[in-house]
Design a protein around this ligand. Structure first.
Ligand code: FE2
Length: 231
């Protein structure tokens, strides 16, 4: 069932000291869904996949990728064997990284891939935004969340102004890593607006001028957007 309290304008864990929680946000209506079964159903209805995996104890900050992958060996093996994925790795993004602004900008631009984008959030959080034919919506993922975005689905990823994400990536073909950027700049209207009421959204982040840096638009340093890393 839908959480009636989590409607337009309810910011879902954005208050000081409050941990973020998994939530699905429909930008045009302002509706926010926090029930996991309903989130999975809403995602499934749109051709997307959301699951909750068991989350073991937290890892040390410098835990090796092999340690992280070993902790999720059972669900990973099942996923890869049943759906034909060939490899998995661990990606870490945090605010102290030298190139964090450039990486965030790459992820923030609307794009597609030629293979599925499959992620499991080990620690931290981030927002996957989707631009389907008639709607824009976003899934905030936290530790324990699994998401699969089929090839060709327009999306972008917002890791926030102080990113912290540790996630497992699962691939069938590494050639599919390359993002194909959209010519439109739909994402500009939605940066930093998760959970906002429709009337608030335009004032939070109006569309920027064509060609301007996304990171400029949120007050950071500019960096060229190009192919390479993906969300
Ligand atoms: Fe992507």
């Amino acid at each position: 069932m839908r959480d009636a309290k989590a409607r337009a304008g309810y910011t879902l864990g954005m208050s000081e000291g409050s941990p973020l929680q998994t939530a699905l946000y429909f930008a045009e209506s302002g509706e926010v869904v926090t029930d996991r079964e309903q989130i999975a159903a809403d995602m499934r209805a749109r051709g997307l996949r959301f699951e909750t995996w068991p989350a073991p104890a937290a890892f040390a900050p410098d835990a090796a990728a092999e340690t992280v992958l070993a902790a999720y060996a059972a669900p990973l093996r099942h996923l890869m064997e049943t759906e034909g994925y060939a490899s998995a790795d661990v990606v870490v993004l945090h605010a102290a990284m030298d190139n964090v602004r450039a990486i965030r900008e790459k992820f923030l631009s609307e794009h597609t891939h030629s293979e599925d984008e499959v992620r499991f959030f080990v620690e931290g959080s981030g927002e996957f935004w989707f631009h389907l034919e008639n709607e824009v919506f976003a899934l905030r993922c936290v530790a324990g969340d699994f998401i699969s975005v089929p090839a060709g689905v327009p999306h972008w990823f917002d890791c926030g102004q102080r990113p912290f994400v540790k996630a497992i990536r699962v691939f069938s073909d590494t050639a599919g890593w390359t993002p194909h950027y959209a010519e439109t700049a739909t994402h500009r209207s939605y940066i930093g607006t998760f959970g906002a009421a429709p009337g608030q959204r335009a004032t939070l982040m109006p569309p920027g001028p064509q060609g301007a840096s996304v990171v400029d638009a949120i007050g950071g340093a500019s960096a060229p957007s190009s192919t390479g890393a993906r969300a």
